[in-house]
Design a binder for this molecule. Structure first.
Ligand code: NOJ
Ligand code: CA
Length: 577
């Protein structure tokens, strides 16, 4: 049997014939935030400079050249505001202050300047579905029923009896109402007891939030990610919900009341006045919900951030057919209008390679390269989470004492309290806990991976001896160098940003194949999602000009059949459109 190999073309050769359309005209559909490649930094875990074991803004400043070397064009920073850290900064006690663990406003200004000097934009996390219970607003609000800040939050007077049940994601009993004896009333907290929900029905509160956003926009930040905002509007009569609604709580919590009105007001007050991008967290329950959030004529937000894709991976695995189906369905729903975020990991998920790839020593590198190829070759704005450029893996704690995340700890208490299966809970946590995705960045092979000289707030993964930036920078075949190449490829080829997406061979059980096409330029993406060799036959093979990126040295082609090695990921440039 005669086999021949198409060697990987030197990327420079192909970059020579890149699309020049962008320079010639700038069609209205082109936007910087669509072309952005976002790198998400969890500041607590990125780089500590004062030995207290907690990452800080000076640490980010120290690593700005590294961030630039990745080629990413924007950074999304998890919250850095003053906070008692019940939920690692998602409980804000002062929206204009910097968390003392992270540094000072002077550090922030320097960091922002340093990013802008390097052509990197900054997206801030805005957490305004709730604040901290230590925010001055809440202190005032809880102090008396007649305090001017009372209506900044949701209160239910106890003389009316217990309010109808609301589910809390982080409460150890799952109850979102907390009784407060000071005023004999309950307050609402969809997240922890220390994260009381803000009352968006109050115009005074809304104005405060817009002023806060303007404060950061005036400082020069380039965008906002709206934490849990789909839950912000509420029916303040608190009608009963059907029993068991918590299993499907998003249906009851998301996109309620006048949410779209508030977003249009925010657009008018903030987004329309600055060159900032805006991204929702969550996208409601239907495509219609998602379109209503982000279609341009709605004047609300720029892009949706839908969870259906990231939710596919389960401890027992996932089906590649399901994966293809979900991403293809979302792409086609947004092909004409609206814009999506593309991501498979973030600070609320376990590690990319452990969830969606294969973190065994044999397949870790090829599988994470394959996943990075996917995220960076889809239509939509890609979000890459710190450490995934190295292929960092789950730490997999065994005991509850090792966890730091309130979701894990209170979830454990809830299971114990309700007499649930603790062993099953711990097993699930080991796979999916948020702490898996929050272990410190692995900079080098020294003790604590160069993250801190002190004791890290969360242990460093022991595999930092092999998986770290210093080692990866030296190795031309590293996950890191593949990531950089893939970013360069996307930046040089607007077809990968804007081009039409077509799924090929929907039913192929191992390979995800699709084309991207625009203005006479066409690329074929082939991704083997399995640990076995896999072959696909495609008419497109006849049009192959060459491979523009490949996570192996070569790729086997025979006739119109292409055989891929385990987790092989190749993008081909095709002749014609
Ligand atoms: C969503 C954030 O991504 C998550 O980390 C946080 O715990 C909750 N919202 C509450 O703010
Ligand atoms: Ca520190």
């Amino acid at each position: 049997m005669k086999r021949f190999f198409i060697a990987v073309f030197m990327t420079g050769l192909l970059f020579g014939c890149m699309d020049k359309t962008k320079q010639e005209t700038t069609p209205s559909f082109q936007k910087w935030w669509k072309e952005a490649i976002v790198y998400q930094i969890y500041p607590r875990s990125f780089k500590d400079t004062n030995g207290d074991g907690v990452g800080d803004l000076k640490g980010i400043i120290e690593k700005l050249d590294y961030i630039k070397s990745l080629g990413v064009t924007a950074v999304w920073l998890n919250p850095i505001y003053s906070s008692p850290n019940d939920d690692n900064g998602y409980d804000v006690s002062d929206y204009r202050g910097i968390m003392s663990d992270f540094g000072t406003m002077a550090d922030f200004d320097l960091m922002l300047k340093g990013m802008h000097e390097r052509g990197i934009k900054l997206i801030m996390d805005i957490v305004v579905n709730h604040s901290s219970d230590e925010h001055e607003w809440f202190k005032q609000s809880r102090s008396s029923r007649t305090n001017p800040y009372r209506d900044y939050y949701h209160w239910w007077p106890a003389e009316k009896g217990k309010p109808n049940y609301r589910y809390s994601l982080f409460d150890e009993k799952g109850d979102a109402w907390k009784y407060d004896s000071v005023t004999n009333a309950y307050y609402l907290h969809y997240f922890s007891q220390k994260q009381p929900d803000l009352n968006w029905e109050n115009p005074k509160l809304r104005k405060e939030v817009y002023d806060i956003m303007k404060f950061w926009a005036e400082k020069g930040v380039d965008g906002f990610r709206l934490d849990a905002f789909q839950f912000a509007a509420k029916d303040t009569t608190y009608p009963p919900f059907p029993e068991g609604f918590e299993k499907n709580f998003i249906q009851y919590y998301a996109m309620q009341g006048n949410l779209h009105g508030y977003l249009q007001e925010m657009h008018q007050e903030v987004f329309s006045k600055y060159d900032v991008m805006s991204v929702a967290e969550g996208a409601g329950n239907t495509f219609e919900d998602a379109h209503n959030l982000v279609d341009e004529d709605r004047k609300e937000l720029n892009m949706a951030y839908a969870f259906e894709g990231v939710d596919i991976a389960k401890p027992e695995g996932y089906s590649i057919l399901h994966f293809k189906e979900v991403f293809s369905r979302w792409d086609s729903a947004f092909a004409e209008k609206g814009w999506l975020s593309i991501f498979l990991s973030n600070h609320d998920q376990a590690r990319l390679v452990s969830r969606f790839g294969n973190d065994s020593p044999e397949f870790r590198a090829p599988s994470v390269k394959m996943l990075n190829t996917f995220v960076l070759s889809m239509r939509g704005t890609p979000y890459c989470y710190y450490g995934d450029e190295l292929g960092m893996t789950n730490i997999g704690f065994e005991t509850i004492e090792e966890y730091r995340d309130i979701a894990a700890i209170n979830g454990y208490k809830k299971v114990v309290h309700s007499g649930g299966d603790v062993q099953a809970y711990m097993k699930a946590l080991k796979f999916s806990s948020r702490d898996n995705g929050r272990t410190p960045m692995q900079w080098d092979d020294s003790v604590n991976a160069g993250f801190t000289t002190g004791t890290p707030w969360l242990p460093v993964h022991q595999n930092h001896k092999e998986i770290n930036v210093v080692a990866a920078e030296k190795d031309p075949n590293s996950v890191l160098n593949h990531f950089k190449k893939m970013i360069q490829l996307r930046k040089d080829n607007p077809v990968l940003v804007y081009g039409k997406y077509t799924l090929l061979q929907r039913e192929h059980p191992e390979i995800y194949a699709y084309t991207r096409e625009m203005d006479g330029k066409k690329m074929l993406v082939l991704l083997n999602f399995t640990a076995k060799n896999a072959t696909i036959e495609l008419g497109e093979v006849a049009a192959i000009k060459g491979a523009v990126i490949n996570n192996y040295e070569s790729v086997a082609v025979k006739g119109n059949a292409i055989s891929l090695l385990p987790y092989q990921a190749v993008i081909f440039l095709l002749n014609g459109g």
